[in-house]
Design a protein around this ligand. Sequence first.
Ligand SMILES: [Zn+2]
Length: 197
Amino acid sequence: MNHFQSTPNDMLVTLHRRYDSYTPTEGPERPAANGKSSQRGANASMLVTNHVLAGAAIGAVLHRRPAFAFAAGVASHLAMDCLPHWGLPRVPESHDRFLEVAKRDGLAGLAGIALLTGPAAGIRSGVLAGIAGATLLDVDKPARHFLDRNPVPAPIQEFHERIQREAPHRMRHEMLIAAGLLALSGFLVARGRRIAV
Ligand SMILES: [Zn+2]
């Protein structure tokens, strides 16, 4: 038995978080109706689309070493989460807005994967490895939403949540980063493919 799995996710709600310019008010705990997580879905971090695009760029550069691309992808996720980005305070009122953004973000991320791995003949495994590493830490969000479980060990989850620098007014900022990363990853995939053939 893994004792981490028995740690209620609710405990994570109370962790100290680094909000740059937004101080969340302490909201009442959402009623844990069936004893399951009370913060399902209300766990914001940088858009997963941006992690996908950064992972693809890394994978295109390191396509000959997929394991290294994977590790570099994980490092990119942590580095990007430490930079200022969009996020919502962890209060029950954020839940609906978070879910709305998360759905669009998930679809955009999937579109990004299709767009960048489709034409990545010869370097696809490296690109996929980079994307897998870059998105690994965000597996908690779909897992909590769809399965009501978080497979991420508690200490890693805690660390991941502590490093966030988020504020709710930074969506434009995220969009600009997405545009830049899309151009960069598209260029690097095209270049990597030329080198690979
Ligand atoms: Zn993250």
